[in-house]
Write a protein that binds this ligand. Structure first.
Ligand code: ZN
Length: 342
């Protein structure tokens, strides 16, 4: 189970408490339960750590410990696993959203019709959706394009309702991939009323993947990025200097971020150094437990702090990235869709 040690509390106290603002909006939180999943979680699946269930109240309980005295807000969505029952996952999300502290997104597959997505989003008072490459059938991850995940009818509906789409781009080249570069900008231009949040800064977890590759998106006023699972201060600093600051939002990728570990750049690649016996992406383990790890969550916050200092951010800019940018956007879209007293 999730546990906070004295050494973690020290990290917060010594390194983060003075830096973090009073309100924190995490735009990238996954929730799940057994009822919306067909199958079993293996022993090294991180979902096992959380007993196969992680909901908004679990996230609140965890953040009460790791972000003491902070008023926390979240955008939540299910886990885009092929074995996830998307309808059940969206209902589970809908049960937890309140339109003030908690907002939510649907999970979409290209197999879902626009009518179906429209129904799931409205019934659950969600503000947009999150497609994912593994819902695309008959194509290798490396070949999947944005428009494979997002058929035109789904995009047209999102554009009409002004929804937000959190997009995890595929392909080995990630942010730097020339096809992605073209498609990301084209999606923004063709659907100007959608806010596209490119998750994990376009999955640019190492320096050479980000440098020189933000200018196309920076020029699109409806392109945003979230910082989820970016542990690299160089990637963040580059983003802070080269992407409009009012369109950068903090995300953690909890509950993965509640594991112990750190993502590191290695020779123009990256890997997860794992402090626990779970596997996420390319995981390298420490079998003799030589290293005292803290949470990915704290490694992200540490990196943001270093990057914010390097980019000479003032307190207001820090508050904007951690709270104001996201709150304004999510509250606005919620109110547009469900009214003032929703
Ligand atoms: Zn995620």
């Amino acid at each position: 189970m999730f546990e906070v040690k004295d050494s973690d509390r020290e990290v917060f106290k010594q390194e983060l408490a003075d830096f973090l603002p009073g309100r924190i909006f995490d735009v990238h939180v996954h929730i799940f339960d057994r009822a919306s999943f067909r199958g079993e979680f293996g022993p090294t699946d991180y979902r096992t750590k959380f007993g196969g269930k992680f909901e908004y109240s679990d996230w609140l309980a965890a953040t009460a410990q790791i972000l003491p005295d902070r008023d926390v807000y979240a955008n939540i969505f299910g886990l885009p696993d092929r074995r996830t029952d998307r309808d059940a996952a969206d209902r589970f999300t809908g049960l937890q959203v309140d339109g003030e502290h908690c907002f939510g997104m649907a999970l979409t597959s290209p197999d879902d019709s626009a009518a179906e997505i429209g129904r799931r989003i409205a019934a659950n008072r969600l503000i947009g959706y999150k497609p994912y490459w593994n819902f695309v059938r008959d194509k290798e991850a490396n070949d999947i394009r944005i428009f494979d995940m997002l058929p035109a009818p789904l995009l047209e509906l999102a554009d009409e309702r002004r929804w937000i789409i959190t997009l995890h781009i595929s392909r080995t080249g990630r942010l730097a991939d020339p096809v992605n570069q073209r498609d990301m900008v084209e999606a923004c231009r063709r659907y100007p009323n959608i806010t596209f949040i490119y998750a994990h800064i376009g999955r640019a977890y190492y320096r050479s993947n980000v440098e020189g590759f933000l200018s196309g998106l920076a020029a699109c006023s409806n392109a945003w990025v979230d910082t989820a699972m970016v542990n690299h201060e160089g990637v963040l600093e580059y983003t802070f200097r080269n992407f409009p600051r009012e369109r950068i939002v903090f995300g953690s990728d909890a509950p993965i971020a509640l594991l112990r570990g750190k993502s590191v750049e290695i020779n123009n690649q990256y890997a997860y150094l794992m402090g626990e016996n779970y596997a996420i992406g390319t995981s390298l383990h420490d079998p003799q437990s030589r290293i005292d790890f803290t949470f990915f969550y704290y490694e992200q916050l540490r990196a943001i702090k270093l990057a914010a200092r390097a980019a000479k951010f003032g307190g207001t800019e820090v508050e904007n990235i951690f709270f104001n940018n996201a709150y304004r956007l999510f509250k606005h879209i919620y109110t547009l869709n469900y009214g003032e007293n929703a």
